[in-house]
Ligand binder design. Structure first.
Ligand SMILES: [Zn+2]
Length: 300
């Protein structure tokens, strides 16, 4: 069964006019239920992850200051969301959502978290709408408890997974692959195990041909036991922050290729949603919904 992590806490209340389309977290499940791609039984509500597990990734100093609302103004500004206890609780729920998706992926082949993909969070600070790094937290948990021994992160959000790259820079058991806009945020990139920086305006054909050349070779080389896939839809031409030129069909083909490749290789894949900042909310929701439709179609 296709398992999907979702909780109402995902939709964090933001000040009027904030540029993050928070409502997508509510609209994605609604759309999937409405069209009949999934039913209520596909969803599960993650509990907040315990602090001990979060501390396998984040520094004590950062986590406790985040938890206790003690970050500096500058640190809060870098995150880009108002800091409240609710935001911290939300991060813990999302992190556990991604972890539980990894377990469900081992069972069913694939599972999706409606939020997550908070790849700009470092061990010791947050930025770019990310305060804790859900994939890093889940990956470190799995490694620490000897549940898996080799992990591949496929980060296809248009922004580089700088936090993830930094967290795992000295961790040979996690291979970080980020394909992103070369000129996009973050301006100062970290070094992933494999970075592919794309020129502005890259379109479907060029994008898909690079991905199709790269991913199978990586699987062969890394031999992971589990994949975390960050399926940001800010690669779309319509995206306000993206700078690339993918069509919705191209974005869907990207998801299809990643999921089919994982399935073919019998590799569990846990998906976190990542960013999407098109002007039209309908386009964002539709592009994210395609990832779930693909998962359902390919795996079940
Ligand atoms: Zn992004």
């Amino acid at each position: 069964m296709l398992k999907i992590a979702y909780d109402p806490i995902y939709k964090y209340k933001l000040p009027e006019g904030h540029r993050f389309p928070m409502i997508k977290y509510e609209l994605i499940p609604e759309q999937l239920l409405y069209e009949g791609t999934v039913s209520e039984k596909n969803f599960f509500s993650p509990t907040p992850l315990d602090e001990e597990s979060i501390l396998l990734t984040h520094t004590r100093d950062y986590w406790f200051r985040l938890r206790d609302q003690q970050l500096t103004e500058r640190e809060i500004r870098a995150i880009g969301f108002p800091l409240t206890p609710q935001l911290v609780q939300r991060s813990r729920v999302i992190a556990n959502g991604t972890l539980q998706c990894a377990f469900y992926a081992q069972q069913y082949g694939v599972a999706l978290n409606v939020a997550g993909g908070t790849h700009h969070a470092y061990a010791f600070r947050g930025e770019g709408f990310c305060c804790t790094n859900d994939i890093a937290v889940a990956a470190n948990y799995l490694l620490h408890h000897n549940i898996v021994h080799k992990i591949l992160v496929v980060d296809l959000d248009v922004h580089q997974g700088n936090g993830t790259a930094h967290i795992f820079r000295n961790e040979p058991r996690v291979f970080t692959f980020s394909m992103h806009g070369a000129k996009n945020f973050p301006l100062r990139k970290e070094v992933s195990d494999l970075d592919i920086g794309l020129p502005d305006g890259t379109e479907d054909q060029a994008y898909l041909s690079i991905l199709k050349k790269t991913l199978p070779v990586l699987l062969e080389k890394v031999q992971p036991e589990l994949v975390f896939y960050l399926s940001g839809v800010d690669v779309l031409a319509s995206d306000k922050l993206g700078r690339l030129g993918l069509t919705p069909e191209g974005c869907r083909e990207r998801d299809r290729f990643v999921l089919e490749t994982c399935k073919k290789n019998k590799l569990p894949v846990a998906i976190s949603m990542g960013g999407g900042y098109s002007e039209s909310l309908a386009i964002i929701v539709e592009a994210h919904a395609n990832t779930y439709r693909m998962a359902q179609e390919i795996f079940f």
